[in-house]
Design a protein around this ligand. Structure first.
Ligand SMILES: O=C(O)CCC(=O)C(=O)O
Ligand SMILES: [Fe+2]
Length: 235
C-alpha cells in the first residue's frame, strides 16, 4: 500500500505505457462496470477522478450483526502491507474472515454477483473495528511498485484493482470514508457498500483513489473490506 507522502508520485513502471498488465486491467474493469450497472440499487457517485459506486442495503441488518459478532470475537491490531507491526497509519483492529461460516458465505456470494469477478481474485475478507479516535489515514489500496514489498506482491496476484467495503454499523459521530481529491465523503450506513476502482481508465494505479477512514468521534465503527487482485490471489 503506498504511503500518503509518496502516493502521488508513481514509480516509472506504473506510468501509462500501455503495457499488457494495464490492458488486462482495463478489459476486466469494463466487465465489472457492466455487472455493477445491472445490480439493484447500485449508483455511480459523482466523484472526481475515481470510479466509485454505492450499493444501498447490500447486506441485511441481520447479516451485519452476525459479521460484527465474528469481528468482535477475533480482532487483532490492524496490519499495513510493508509494515510488519501495527502502525499509527492504521489504528483500527482487524479480523480475517475466511470462507466457511454462513455469514461469510452470504457476503462472498453477493460480492461475486456484484462484481462478476472470479472468487479466487479476491483476498480474504477483512473486518475492521474502529474505536473512538481510531482511523485509517489517507492511503491508496494499490501497491506502490517502487517499494521493496512489490516483488512479493507480484507473486501473490499483483495489483489490487477494486476495493469493496461494506459499512456494518453507524458510529454516533465521525468515521466517514473520505476521498480527499475526489470531493466525496461517505457517511457510514449499516449494510451500504462502497466499491471503487483503484486503477485509472488506462489500467494504471490511480492517484485519485486516495481515501481515508476518518477518526471515529463517538461510538464505534465496523466495516468489511474485500480487495481484489489482477490475478488469482495466493497468500
Ligand atoms: O474504514 C474506512 O472508512 C476505510 C477503510 C479502507 O480504506 C480500507 O479498508 O482499505
Ligand atoms: Fe483503503
Amino acid at each position: 500500500m503506498s504511503a500518503p507522502a509518496s502516493g502521488l508520485e508513481l514509480s516509472p513502471p506504473d506510468r501509462r505505457d500501455g503495457n499488457i498488465e494495464a490492458l488486462g486491467r482495463t478489459e476486466s474493469a469494463a466487465e465489472v462496470r457492466e455487472r455493477i450497472a445491472c445490480y439493484p440499487d447500485a449508483v455511480r457517485m459523482p466523484a472526481t477522478g475515481v470510479e466509485l459506486y454505492i450499493v444501498r442495503n447490500f447486506l441485511t441488518l441481520d447479516e451485519c450483526a452476525a459479521l460484527i459478532a465474528m469481528i468482535d470475537a477475533n480482532r487483532v491490531p490492524s496490519p499495513v502491507v510493508g509494515d510488519a507491526t501495527a502502525s499509527a497509519h492504521r489504528t483500527s483492529e482487524t479480523c480475517y474472515l475466511y470462507p466457511g461460516p454462513a455469514p461469510v458465505t452470504a457476503v462472498e456470494t453477493k460480492l461475486d454477483q456484484l462484481t462478476g469477478l472470479e472468487p479466487c481474485y479476491g483476498e480474504a475478507l477483512q473486518g475492521q473495528r474502529y474505536a473512538v479516535g481510531q482511523e485509517f489515514k489517507p492511503h491508496h489500496d494499490f501497491f506502490d511498485t517502487g517499494q521493496p514489498y512489490w516483488q512479493d506482491q507480484v507473486a501473490m496476484g499483483g495489483q489490487r484493482t477494486w476495493s469493496a467495503m461494506t459499512f456494518l454499523n453507524e458510529p454516533e459521530a465521525g468515521g466517514r470514508t473520505n476521498y480527499p481529491t475526489a470531493g466525496v465523503a461517505i457517511t457510514p450506513k449499516a449494510g451500504n457498500l462502497v466499491i471503487w476502482n483503484n486503477m485509472d481508465e488506462y489500467g494504471a494505479p490511480n492517484a485519485g483513489s486516495l481515501h481515508q477512514g476518518m477518526p471515529v468521534e463517538r461510538g464505534v465503527k465496523y466495516v468489511l473490506t474485500k480487495w481484489y487482485r489482477e490475478r488469482p490471489w495466493c497468500q
